[in-house]
Write a new protein. Structure first.
Length: 313
């Protein structure tokens, strides 16, 4: 497996702080983002390495293992366990050859004559000594590294289920993005991470969605919220009002004497419910009553008359 220096990828030294790592990641992720470098394979590979480096170095435990084990940091515990087994074996059988015998590796009084079965030896030991134990040759298989990627979309992009192609480690992956996915949500794509070692299974790909709200609506899960201006005359006398929803216009009937900040619910006019085809949240409209300005002399006179009527009533 090719060794990737994650510090070098993020243009940092090994004394970098968590804040340094965050700043470097944001800067480089913007520079090499696939949306800004379409059809640039080198930039896409660099973007993937930047995400990998950030995922490892931002986590204190992962960073500690990486600093000690390099590319094999994910298998640190297995290496430690196998190293301890090897050391224990060497201490136990260091005198007079293996198993206290003089036959060496291949003699008549070798391993099989010393009361050992092949299962007594770790995979690490067997791989080190060419399968001498019981004649088997086994190598330790390790699962590949998980990859992390970030996919930037607009809110309007996830109102309907859509197909999207991303490039990870030079490979194009075609995704089906369900309607209703949320900002910050992460999905797993099994087997699309790094290749396994010695025939081990591939890692997984984790995609986190960064969704920008490019609309006039506020979203909370599957519900939408919107403020709508209402003139004072319609608020007092009632009437019809046309408002924009996420997927078209609707006509509302405003009740007479509607107060400021009155909220009405439009059932089923919200956002799609994630992975529930045909189900939608609600849209909440809050009326913001607007007081008229630049009144004419006649308008002021009429308002004064109305004021007197209200006072005398």
């Amino acid at each position: 497996m090719e060794f990737i220096d994650y510090y070098k990828v993020l243009e940092l030294d090994k004394n970098a702080t968590k804040s340094d790592i965050k700043k470097a990641y944001r800067k480089l992720a913007r520079k090499y983002h696939p949306d800004l470098n379409p059809n640039d394979t080198a930039a896409q590979k660099k973007f993937q390495q930047i995400n990998e480096a950030h995922e490892v170095l931002i986590d204190p435990e992962k960073r500690k293992k990486y600093d000690q084990y390099g590319k094999d940091w994910q298998h640190a515990e297995e290496f430690e366990k196998q190293r301890a087994q090897q050391q224990q074996y060497q201490r136990q059988y260091s005198g007079g050859g293996f198993g206290g015998r003089t036959g060496g590796f291949g003699g008549a009084e070798g391993f099989s004559g010393g009361g050992f079965e092949s299962g007594d030896f770790s995979e690490f030991f067997e791989s080190m000594f060419g399968g001498a134990a019981g004649g088997r040759q086994r190598t330790t298989r390790f699962r590949g590294q998980d990859y992390n990627a970030e996919l930037h979309l607009n809110l309007t992009d996830v109102y309907k289920t859509q197909k999207h192609t991303i490039t990870v480690d030079g490979k194009n992956i075609r995704l089906t993005i369900p309607a209703g996915v949320e900002d910050g949500q992460t999905i797993k794509i099994k087997g699309y991470g790094g290749e396994g070692v010695n025939g081990g299974p591939a890692g997984d790909l984790f995609i986190t969605f960064a969704i920008k709200n490019n609309t006039q609506f506020k979203r909370e899960a599957e519900n939408l919220y919107k403020d709508v201006d209402l003139d004072i005359f319609t608020a007092m006398l009632g009437g019809d009002l046309t408002v924009e929803t996420f997927n078209g216009k609707v006509k509302l009937s405003v009740k007479p004497e509607t107060q400021n900040d009155t909220t009405v619910k439009l059932k089923g006019k919200g956002f799609p419910v994630y992975k529930k085809e045909g189900q939608f949240g609600d849209l909440y409209i809050t009326y913001k009553i607007k007081t008229p300005t630049n009144l004419t002399a006649r308008e002021k006179e009429l308002i004064q008359e109305l004021k007197k009527l209200r006072s005398n009533g």
